[in-house]
Design a protein around this ligand. Sequence first.
Ligand SMILES: [Zn+2]
Ligand SMILES: [Zn+2]
Length: 411
Amino acid sequence: MEMEFEFLGGADMVGRMGMTMKGNGMTMLVEYGLSPTKPPEFPLPAPKIDHAFLTHAHLDHCGMIPQVCGRYNCELFTTPLSAEVGELMMNDTLKIAKAEDYVQPYTVGDIERTMRAVVPMKYNDTISLKGVDVTMHDAGHIPGAAMFEFEKDVKTVYTGDIHTESQRLVGPAKPLDCTNLFIEGTYGGRSHPSRKETEQRFLAKIEEVIERGGTVLIPCFAVGRTQEIMLLLRNLGYDMWVDGMGRAVTRLFLDYPEYIKDVKHLKSAKKRFNEVRNGASRDNARRGDIIVTTGGMLDGGPILGYLKGLKDDPKSAILLVGFQAEDTNGRMLLEQGCVKIDGDVYPVACELQRYDFSAHADHGQLIRFIEKCDPDNVIIMHSDTRDLFLPDLQDYNVILPETGKAFHLEV
Ligand SMILES: [Zn+2]
Ligand SMILES: [Zn+2]
């Protein structure tokens, strides 16, 4: 059977994902996210949807789901963990929109209706929708992240974000035999340094900063990176603090131990870190050795308060462990050595280092994954460097879809 596919966003960029699949008398939506820029950018409007699928709870994949599921009351297939973390992210999106006077893309009622529409699935569960069998698989990116396999006449796999190597928090995604492979390409043309060496350099730097009397500030995304870093640091004997939305996400992760590689380790990491709960404990955190806090790109959240206090201290260090998008404070710090706090720009005297703790497969890892899936058609999305895959994919029919332009595949 033939189906029509159309990207509503995220085809040729990292951000605002969304793809429709039409055929067999139904329209399905795979992901619907936003780019958390200032103001946020949205995908194209979605048509009336019958069934929605969410791969994971990062904003670029889940941020716009309530606009569809709230409005059309369509079922949302995802892991229960992605639904709960997604709910946090959706509510936070509304909170930021209100505070910054941005357009509100949906209402609190839409989020509530979305949560009631969730059909929870576990890895390896299969559901049947008008003769299309949909199976969920582990994507290895963050806890609860899923790939979807659609099977009618042939198999079509949609990866969402994936990592094919083990991390401290989650295990790797496994290749799936298929005819059509929709795969993310964030790291097209780039490779990660060895994770082990990165961890050793990171730990050595932390020791150096604390020994010279400084504080280590680690800005982290709430979902995944905060917990990966806590796991890495959990055996250190320092005074360690965690602040921001990452705290609530860690609690949710512990509510769903089946999605965590080693839940004992995560529990002990949570115990080892002091949680910042109020102004007084924030003062204590400032005098501590290590602070892990949102936001990951230094654009909002408690990080700004810590930066304000530490920015003039050359003994302290800011260790960046995540991607810094254009037009963010993190990028400005990297390129110009200054940050904007409450509208004013300040130079930063702290030491600045960055480390690659990516939760995405790199170029070579993606190529090996594709070879093992052995598809006929490879459709690359979630990437602004898709062309760089072409020389390594000459044995396949490669499709580089464009947002808003439909194409057809046998499914
Ligand atoms: Zn992601
Ligand atoms: Zn993503």
